[in-house]
Design a protein. Structure first.
Length: 181
């Protein structure tokens, strides 16, 4: 049994301009697909993190809502001011009226909420979660964060993108030069 000569096989494939163009296009297409998947994964991970933060806030302010302790609720919210990604945070009573809150960029939190939700609107991610202590509903927590734009995330991967594009060009050039022989 003879071993295949991989170099000859690769050279033969590269000699066909259509094959090299297809390889270059496939390489570029796969890189775009991976970038799209990375974008979706990043947004899903940020959503999960903000949900966890809202649950932590809800657990911390449950007793302050149960005992109408607005000052303690404000202290819990002050800890969230340290996170630069959080644009606004608030605590609401069982009726949905604002108990305490702050708003940095993007304005203040709403004065009233009517239920739980998770939404991404433009560059903002909003999570409104319930505050419960055992089976007793006490109110809501609100967190609004900025979603990093695709351009900002893509700028971190620009070097890899350049390498992919240059690789695709190199494959095309090698194929064209081999075809000319």
């Amino acid at each position: 049994m003879t071993r295949p000569n991989w170099r000859l096989l690769a050279r033969g494939l590269l000699a066909r301009q259509g094959v090299t163009a297809l390889i270059a296009v496939l390489l570029f297409g796969i890189s775009l697909l991976l970038a799209w998947q990375s974008e979706r994964t990043a947004v899903a991970e940020q959503t999960r993190q903000v949900r966890v933060q809202s649950q932590m806030l809800a657990g911390g302010v449950a007793s302050s809502l149960a005992f109408d302790d607005t000052e303690t609720a404000r202290e819990y919210l002050d800890a969230f001011k340290l996170n630069r990604d959080i644009q606004a945070a608030a605590v609401y009573g069982a009726t949905g009226n604002l108990v305490a809150g702050f708003g940095e960029r993007g304005g203040p939190p709403p004065a009233r909420v009517t239920g739980t939700r998770l939404s991404i609107d433009g560059r903002e991610l909003v999570v409104i979660g319930p505050v419960r202590q055992a089976d007793l509903f006490l109110g809501y927590v609100y967190l609004r964060t900025s979603v990093e734009t695709f351009a900002a995330r893509a700028s971190r991967y620009v070097a890899i993108g350049i390498i992919v594009v240059l690789s695709a060009l190199l494959i095309g050039i090698l194929g064209a030069s081999d075809a000319g022989r």
